[in-house]
Design a protein around this ligand. Structure first.
Ligand code: NAD
Ligand code: UGA
Length: 459
């Protein structure tokens, strides 16, 4: 008899677990969806009007499903829902290990392992366990060995169903995915999960592979995307010294249908919780199989990104540092702290690296962001010298330099004619996202330096 998943649970109510389950519940009103998390504060926020994750469209999806067939519960209460579930998603964090074997590169699977132990302890009958978290290839073996410790008569099958959503566009990505990937060993389990997605995803976009290919494909997809950003960022430096314009180069290169236009926006560097983590995981796996050249190839994508962030901070410092390179007494306005627009996420934000480098040289910073809370900004800095500004205007007051680090649309329409007087005379505006209206900035008598653009006539 074909399997049918009527009750599902998801362990981990983060940026992936929360939105993904909300969309499944919204699209499948007949499926009972429970999301559980160890973090009681996060669960309380999911049950409130002030959701813990900012994503355009998320609040509407949650409000339609929550209290109908979607619930958010703590771990203790969640045990009974795991026991009753036909399928349990594991959607917990898999950060880079900070200690032990593979520290600094390998993915830390301790949270996944603890989920597997929780499922093994509480599941009843037959349960499909679905890896939604991004895992190293062959991690399902480790989950399987933990599940094997369950009580006699309790059985499992494992699927890998990695998530490809990007923050800031999570709801759109979940509702209209390029593809859904389901890796597994048993066709009936793959079909049961595919049946859920089939409610709103066309069949040809649901890809099924073996377990190891699914696990590896997720790492490789992120690595390829990050590689494009590092590629264009390497060219941004070349454009700046030659007088070429990286936007023009990217448009020409991207017009080739074999290359395509996406992920060719030069920037201060890529950030977010996954690109670097997943690249490092891929590098570690390659090294552990003795594939030194493969590891070195992908390491360069990470190294170029670190270099771009340092390079950008040094460009900001150059016109205002004293003879000894110090920025003491200099105030720099930081416009944008999130790792990209339309999210409140600051994990691995490039803004942090830029700020740290400027602070280390003695600068004082005034940080503004539209969605990142002041507490979130402050919690990132142990050092003094960081002020959180409520508006871009407040950040700019008395600034010796300005850096645009997140591409919030509202920064693109700032009224520079009005704002110019707030800055110190001679202040340079550094656009790390190429979103400012260069003409408007220059008409206001200000000096603009854009990433990947050679010196301009008035610069
Ligand atoms: P997150 O840190 O936002 O959320 C993870 C949640 O899991 C946290 O709330 C944490 O409290 C909870 N948790 C950890 N261990 C637990 C346990 N044993 N029991 C119950 N709850 C537990 O992480 P995220 O951004 O949602 O990422 C989750 C996974 O999805 C990662 O593997 C990541 O690589 C992958 N991913 C993330 C994104 C993204 O855009 N953030 C996109 C695709 C894939
Ligand atoms: C990325 C992938 O796009 C998702 O498919 C994947 O699911 C996710 O990682 C994950 O596994 O976590 P995300 O990190 O949320 O999503 O956001 P992206 O849009 O990929 O941007 C990542 C970083 O690259 C941001 O800092 C962004 O500003 C930067 N970027 C992106 C550029 O600098 N230039 C570009 O052209 C594109």
């Amino acid at each position: 008899m074909p399997l049918s998943l009527r009750k599902i649970a998801c362990i981990g109510a983060g940026y992936v677990g929360g939105p993904t389950m909300a969309v499944i519940a919204d699209r499948c009103p007949d499926i009972d969806v429970t999301v559980l998390d160890l973090n009681a504060e996060r669960i309380a926020a999911w049950n409130s009007a002030d959701l813990p994750v900012y994503e355009p469209g998320l609040a509407a999806v949650v409000s339609r499903a929550r209290g109908r067939n979607l619930r958010f519960v703590g771990q203790t209460e969640g045990a009974a829902y795991v026991a009753a579930a036909d399928a349990v998603f594991i959607s917990v964090n898999t950060p880079t290990k900070t200690e032990g074997e593979g520290a600094g590169k390998a993915s830390d699977l301790r949270y996944v392992e603890s989920c597997a132990r929780f499922i093994a302890a509480h599941a009843t009958g037959h349960t499909i366990v679905i890896e939604k978290s991004t895992m190293p290839v062959r991690a399902a073996d480790c989950v399987k060995s933990i599940l094997a410790t369950a009580r006699p008569g309790v059985t499992f099958d494992i699927l890998s169903n990695p998530e490809f959503l990007a923050e800031g566009t999570a709801i759109r990505d979940l509702e209209l995915p390029d593809r859904v990937l389901i890796g597994g060993e048993r066709p009936e389990s793959i079909a049961a999960l595919a049946e859920i997605y089939r409610r709103w995803v066309p069949a040809e976009r649901i890809l099924s592979t073996g377990l190891w290919s699914a696990e590896l494909s997720k790492l490789v997809a992120n690595a390829f995307l990050a590689q494009r950003v590092s590629s264009i960022n390497s060219i941004s430096a070349l454009c700046e010294v030659t007088g070429a314009d990286v936007e023009e180069v990217a448009a020409v290169v991207g017009a080739d249908s074999r290359i395509g236009p996406k992920f060719l926006r030069a920037s201060v560097g890529f950030g977010g919780s996954c690109f670097q983590k997943d690249l490092l995981s891929l590098i570690y796996i390659s090294e552990s199989y003795g594939l030194t050249e493969v590891a070195a190839y992908w390491q360069q994508v990470v190294d170029l990104n670190q270099w771009q962030k340092r390079r950008f901070a040094d460009l900001i410092a150059a016109p205002i540092a004293d003879g000894a390179g110090s920025l003491r007494g200099r105030r720099i306005a930081i416009l944008g702290f999130a790792f990209k627009k339309d999210t409140n996420d600051v994990r691995e934000t490039p803004a942090m690296d830029v700020c740290r480098r400027l602070l280390a040289r003695g600068a004082t910073l005034a940080v503004h962001d539209y969605r990142v809370t002041p507490e979130s900004v402050r919690s990132e800095f142990a050092a003094q010298g960081v002020e959180v500004a409520a508006t871009p205007e407040a950040a700019l007051a008395g600034a010796d330099g300005v850096a645009v680090l997140t591409e919030w649309s509202a920064y693109a329409t700032l009224d520079w004619a009005r704002l110019a007087g707030r800055l110190k005379v001679g202040a340079v505006i550094h656009d790390g996202r190429n979103i400012l209206d260069a003409g408007a900035v220059r008409r206001a008598g200000l000096i603009l330096r854009s990433i990947g653009r050679g010196a301009q006539p008035n610069a």
